[in-house]
Design a binder for this molecule. Sequence first.
Ligand code: ATP
Length: 287
Amino acid sequence: MHLEIQNVSKKYSKDKYGLKNFSIHIEKGILGLLGANGAGKSTLLKMIATVSKPSLGNITLNKNNIVKDANYMRQQLGFLPQDFGVYPNLNAYEFLEYMAAMKGIGGKNLRAKIQQLLEGLNLIENAKKPIGTYSGGMKQRVGIAQTLLNNPKIVLFDEPTVGLDPEERVRFRNLISDLANDCIVILSSHIVSDIDTIADKVAIMKSGKLIEYGNQNHIINQVADTVFETIIDSNQISNFKEKHLVVSTSRINGKLKIRYVSQNPVQNSITQKATLEDAYLYLNSII
Ligand SMILES: Nc1ncnc2c1ncn2[C@@H]1O[C@H](COP(=O)(O)OP(=O)(O)OP(=O)(O)O)[C@@H](O)[C@H]1O
């Protein structure tokens, strides 16, 4: 599987771009798409999903132009949009049967496939209750189930962990890891911890542009040897933030323990092992 995004721009109005001259080559495995709100993640995923078209540029899947031939993508696609709506009066079985019909999926194996998905997503106990009675996390899991009905080869999840509790997040991660053996899985989030344990590669987006792309080590190496921890008085924090990028703070005996990225560490700082979060915050701050 090769997904190629070539010089894609999406113009929403005169000087409003969702994406600007964006290029990336994606192969099988899990790609974590990381960016703050408004970075352009949903805009990109919608164009890959053929829900919207680029204003400029091209998108190909296995060398097939999917801007011109959307069906080639749609046959192999599972997509969980950010604002995915479910029908409150249908139960999970009925909803998934309905979604299967919309996608043109039928046949004698459909019931077994739905059963398997409901079990895998821990929905089986409530599968006969109306979806309107489900928690946010359960609705999200129904949304995840519908992406997998057609055994997709490319699966796009736009902020899939919103509304999931910690246990559900772990279950979701396991499901994705199993899925990614021979698929392209793209997972968008603005939360580093949603993707750092599962993404093979990470793409960082800002203001509609790709600011960094590579495996996690490559990205973390951007801040290697520049992450530190120190303790300061609370009243020094504003001054400290003017000189260094503060990643996190915590209170300790009336003082502040600071984790920060800097080329010029203050005295009494202890070097820390850099993480994806450090690198993400650093790259966002300089570009
Ligand atoms: N339909 C639209 N019309 C006009 N502007 C839009 C439209 N959709 C998105 N935008 C703008 O395009 C930019 C990128 O938005 P997008 O939703 O792709 O970002 P995102 O990274 O997915 O963020 P979020 O997680 O908040 O959705 C933002 O400035 C947004 O306001």
